[in-house]
Design a protein around this ligand. Structure first.
Ligand code: GLA
Length: 394
């Protein structure tokens, strides 16, 4: 079988061997472990930074951070994913970008915590992650949330899960130059096992929504190399903000479809299309939440298909590879499943909701068709909703 398939990806090391590795590197035992998951979004794409609604769930893939506080102000970081790279910086000095891209996420968290007025000491960190990278499954949010969770514990900052998520988002916005919304960090911090989280991105209120036991989440990574994602992403956000300004509302959350249509001529084509997507997507999230609660696959299929179409035509963030995967999977599932692209777009993954007896059909259809059409191999993950940030003493 050519499709790479895993029920869950193993971590490179179990906790005991990871702790031994920590001791090999730092000559001392770790004092604690902080771990946070990646996420898949069921529906509600690009609505978060428009103060709208999203319905993601945490994955069982996690980023694990072992930590020990230091007496001085040095932060040392090693990662099993990048064994030849390490990062080191001082919390007392101005925090600037370093040579390691993943190391910059740790710098970014330290930057926002210090900016918020917390006084931090140095720390030794060792990171291991099985969240697929570059798949649009929020490996960076998992890293930010896990690292922030570690500092919260070490310095006894008393941060709530919501605050940790907000600092994670600030780290992206103000240090990493990605103007993302709050969805990824909030679900990573607050995810609930077996449940999706309906998030109101204006109030940051959340409601856990049980995923029916017979519904399986199948995630398929297109492995399409994502390029220029941040600049395109930031441009979409600008289009939305300009549309909101012309509609006379603070954010598109408060805009109506009727008003949008009535002032179409005042908007650029892109502003109009982006706003169409956001306003209609917010509506779909609320309906999909109710459909999930009823275990109503027909409604979920309609809503998820409409979401995908809108992301393709109006928000213009899909690529032929993710469109093709959606077609292959929807084609084989027929009325037995719901499918759409998921996450930040421009490649990345799609998500299918289906029953367990149909999972193999999805895998074979992807195996038979995707590589033939796109000359790329897909990764298929059969997932359950995992839990959010966890911090323990060792
Ligand atoms: C990325 C961002 C999120 C969200 C999604 C699209 O994952 O980090 O804030 O905007 O894209 O829904």
């Amino acid at each position: 079988m050519r499709v790479r398939f895993s029920i869950s990806k193993e971590h490179k090391m179990n906790l005991r061997t990871l702790a031994e590795k920590f001791k090999d590197i730092y000559l001392i035992e770790p004092q604690g472990m902080s771990s946070a998951p990646g996420r898949v979004n069921i529906i509600g794409e690009f609505t978060d930074y428009n103060d709208g609604f999203v319905l993601p769930c945490a994955l069982e893939f996690r980023t694990v951070v072992l930590f020990r506080a230091r007496e001085d102000t040095k932060v040392n970081v090693h990662s099993l994913d990048y064994p030849t790279e390490k990062d080191s910086f001082t919390v007392g000095e101005k925090i600037i970008s370093g040579p390691s891209q993943w190391g910059n996420y740790i710098r970014a968290i330290v930057f926002v915590l210090i900016r918020a007025g917390y006084s931090l000491r140095g720390v030794d960190l060792l990171i291991d992650s099985n969240v697929p990278q570059g798949a649009g499954l929020s490996s960076s949010a998992a890293l930010e949330v896990a690292v922030c969770g570690a500092f919260n514990q070490i310095a006894d900052l008393g941060l709530t899960a919501q605050r940790i998520a907000v600092y994670g988002q600030e780290a992206e916005n103000d240090f990493m130059d990605c103007q993302c919304g709050i969805m990824d960090q909030l679900i990573s911090a607050k995810g609930d096992e077996g449940k999706a989280l309906l998030i109101d991105c204006q109030s940051l209120e959340t409601e856990s929504i049980s995923i029916p036991e017979d519904l399986i989440l199948v995630i398929i990574n297109s492995n399409y190399p994502r390029k220029l994602v941040d600049s395109e992403y930031n441009q979409r956000r600008l289009d939305c903000e300009q549309a909101a300004a012309k509609l006379g509302v603070a954010t598109l959350r408060n805009a109506s479809m009727d008003k949008l249509v009535s002032i179409e001529s005042k908007l650029t084509v892109n502003e109009f299309k982006r706003a169409m997507h956001v306003i209609s997507e917010n509506n779909r999230v609320i309906k999909a939440t109710e459909a999930l609660q009823r275990n109503d696959i027909d409604s979920l299929r309609e809503l998820m298909s409409a979401s995908h179409q809108s992301l393709k035509d109006d928000f213009e963030v899909t690529v032929p590879e993710t469109d093709g995967l959606v077609e292959i999977c929807q084609g084989v599932l027929g009325d037995k499943g719901a499918v759409r692209m998921t996450g930040g777009g421009f490649g990345g993954a799609i998500v299918c909701l289906c029953r367990s007896e149909d999972v193999l059909k999805v895998k074979s259809a992807v195996d038979d068709n995707y590589e033939k059409q796109f000359n790329l191999k897909a990764d298929v993950y059969v997932c359950k909703a995992g839990e959010g940030l966890k911090v323990i003493s060792l």
